[in-house]
Design a protein around this ligand. Structure first.
Ligand SMILES: Nc1ncnc2c1ncn2[C@@H]1O[C@H](COP(=O)(O)OP(=O)(O)OP(=O)(O)O)[C@@H](O)[C@H]1O
Length: 605
């Protein structure tokens, strides 16, 4: 322990000194940059007299450009180094691995980002580095890890977890002697302040496998409530950015979320991992972004017949539906599908520079509908048809992440499959949390791509008692499989509506704890907010969950979590629905981490 206290003191000292030095260095580089620009401006006349002078002038411009480039890259490197040092100051590392590559044990400290001293000696290793896999995968003894396509043999001799607060070493836990995972339990017992937190220091083995999955372009994760699906998804974003550093940037990653409130809830996780925020978008918004590219108007995601359009496109080609390209159509193979023939026309139009200005005016949508016995095409139908016929793909995005996958309709998967045909996809969901609509077999949409399926069955979020309660409603998909890691805690209670105020007072929640009152719908949330002093969250507001009381409908509470959860009108028709009742109860009861209260009613039911 003394050695570790000493080691931390040295690293902490180095980090804090570096923060000061780098801050100064950046200021100096800025001054130097300004001075250089001024100098170049005064020297910058072009001497284009004789041939030799011209060459000299060009050579000196070249040399100056190189100077500016060097200065810029020194500046950029200092910015990154400063950001990393600042990120590590509060917690320089969270674990130590002793690895033996054949010549005795060597210590490797793992942190949120890697950090080296000026002589390039690694002080802290990035948790995403290949050898850190042996730690995150919880391996001991002789093992291997993959690096640069090779399997590296190594013996994991020791593993220590640390709880660190700046220069203070609070705990050092030797994982070989520890019972369970004390650090995980300590982290899970913390208050929920409103936003999701990164989980780097306590990533579990089955989660690590998903975060680091690199074999297949499509990863489908099916996980019980509170199993860390969203957390794993965000850690995987950070992992992919690290794997492809220098190649991918955060703006090439897209996260599709069910609602804007959820986008707010996950905001901040990636920056806390030292990465830039990824883009988040809801499905309707994504559709509208594509629509505007094709000059189409507002999309209504529900107004569609995409399955029928796909079926029509697969049929042999009938009559041509475009204003230009008749010749290419006539020359195409009539035994081929309508889709292939139209795509051929499109390629020909492109090759001959005849792409019509207004794509919508190019195609006769009514003709198409009539040929294949379809209803009049909606805006979304038209967009989809245009996407398919022009073989449009969004290749600027490298990786797309979809959370709460079970809640998206068939049409969304058809669009996603089509536009992201070459993009990596990570899709996470829980079939038992489906609150509405027909269930869709997601894997079927990606049958032509390599898919890896993974399951998460341990629930981390809640106490044992809460987990056992929501597990009752988990349905056949998870029957008997849900495991809890936390202690039993308090049994859920049931109260009368008139006991609500008193129950809220009893919580004595601290200022960092969050309470949710979950209602069947937005109207009831609004009504309750008139008598209860709390923040109202509705589908249209983009507010974030806050410490204190939040009043919100179940559809918005999805994916979020709170210290205390009160489920309002537990006996309403909404929760008794023969098809979705259990699923709604499962989602509602799985939102709380510490305490769960059911409010009876409405009266008479
Ligand atoms: N390995 C871990 N270490 C620490 N905390 C974890 C870990 N895994 C999950 N958690 C915590 O458990 C809670 C649930 O995680 P998360 O919200 O990611 O689960 P989920 O599967 O997306 O849940 P749901 O489907 O119910 O919305 C979060 O508070 C998260 O921080």
């Amino acid at each position: 322990m003394m050695d570790e206290i000493q080691h931390l003191a040295e690293i902490y000292q180095q980090l804090t000194t570096d923060v000061q030095d780098l801050t100064q260095k950046l200021a100096d580089l800025q001054v130097e940059g300004r001075a250089m620009k001024q100098q170049l401006a005064t020297e910058g006349h072009l001497d284009l007299g004789s041939m030799t002078e011209t060459l000299d002038t060009f050579a000196s411009i070249e040399a100056n450009n190189r100077l500016i480039d060097t200065l810029n890259s020194r500046y950029d490197a200092a910015v990154v180094r400063l950001a990393h040092a600042q990120l590590l100051v509060p917690q320089a590392y969270f674990a130590k691995m002793s690895l033996d590559y054949g010549d005795g044990p060597e210590a490797f400290y793992l942190g949120k980002v890697g950090y080296a001293d000026v002589d390039a000696h690694d002080l802290v290793y990035d948790w995403r580095a290949p050898m850190a896999d042996a730690y995150c995968a919880n391996r001991t003894g002789a093992t291997t890890y993959a690096a640069n396509g090779r399997e590296i043999p190594v013996e994991v001799v020791g593993r220590t977890q640390f709880v660190i607060d700046h220069a203070r070493l609070i705990h050092a836990i030797d994982s070989r002697n520890a019972v369970g995972d004390p650090l995980l339990l300590a982290v899970l017992a913390q208050d929920r302040t409103g936003g999701l937190q990164e989980i780097t220091a306590t990533i579990q083995q089955e989660q690590n496998a998903i975060i680091r999955e690199s074999q297949a372009p499509v990863v489908l994760v099916d996980g019980v409530a509170g199993s860390g699906k969203t957390s794993v998804m965000l850690q995987r974003v950070a992992y992919q950015l690290f794997q492809h550093r220098g190649d991918w940037s955060a703006d090439q990653i897209l996260i599709i979320t069910l609602n804007p409130a959820f986008g707010q809830y996950i905001k901040g996780v990636l920056p806390s991992l030292g990465e830039a925020e990824a883009m988040t978008v809801t499905y309707p918004r994504l559709l509208n972004q594509f629509a505007s590219r094709f000059g189409l108007e507002d999309m209504y995601p529900d107004d569609e017949q995409l399955a029928a359009i796909d079926a029509a496109l697969a049929q042999p080609g009938k009559a041509f539906i475009g204003q230009v390209g008749q010749l290419a159509w006539d020359q195409s193979d009539a035994s081929q599908s309508f889709l292939l023939r139209m795509q051929r026309v499109w390629r020909w139009l492109k090759a001959t520079d005849q792409i019509p200005e207004d794509l919508e005016a190019w195609l006769d949508f009514d003709d198409f509908a009539q040929q294949f016995d379809l209803r009049k095409l909606s805006h979304l139908d038209r967009l989809y048809l245009l996407l398919k016929l022009t073989a449009y793909q969004q290749n600027e995005l490298k990786s797309v992440f979809i959370d709460e996958a079970q809640d998206y309709p068939d049409a969304m998967w058809r669009v996603i499959r089509s536009i992201f045909a070459r993009t990596e996809l990570t899709i996470v969901g829980d079939p038992s949390q489906k609150l509405f609509g027909a269930s869709v077999p997601i894997a079927d949409y990606f049958a032509d791509r390599r898919i890896v399926n993974r399951q998460l069955t341990t629930s981390y979020r809640a106490t044992g008692a809460i987990t056992a309660t929501f597990a009752q409603y988990a349905g056949p998909h998870w029957a008997g499989q849900i495991k809890a890691v936390q202690a039993q805690g308090m049994a859920p209670m049931t109260i009368e509506p008139n006991q609500l105020a008193e129950t809220l007072a009893d919580f004595k929640a601290s200022s960092t704890q969050s309470i949710a009152i979950i209602t069947p719908d937005a109207t009831e949330a609004e009504q309750l907010s008139q008598t209860i002093d709390g923040q109202l969250l509705t589908a249209i507001s983009q507010k974030t969950v806050k410490p204190g009381i939040n009043i919100l409908p179940l559809t918005l509470a999805k994916g979020l979590e709170f210290d205390f959860v009160i489920v309002w009108h537990w006996q309403s028709d909404y929760y008794q629905d023969p098809e979705f009742g259990d699923k709604r109860r499962y989602v509602a009861a799985s939102r709380g981490t510490k305490q769960l209260v059911f409010v009876e009613g409405p009266a008479g039911k």
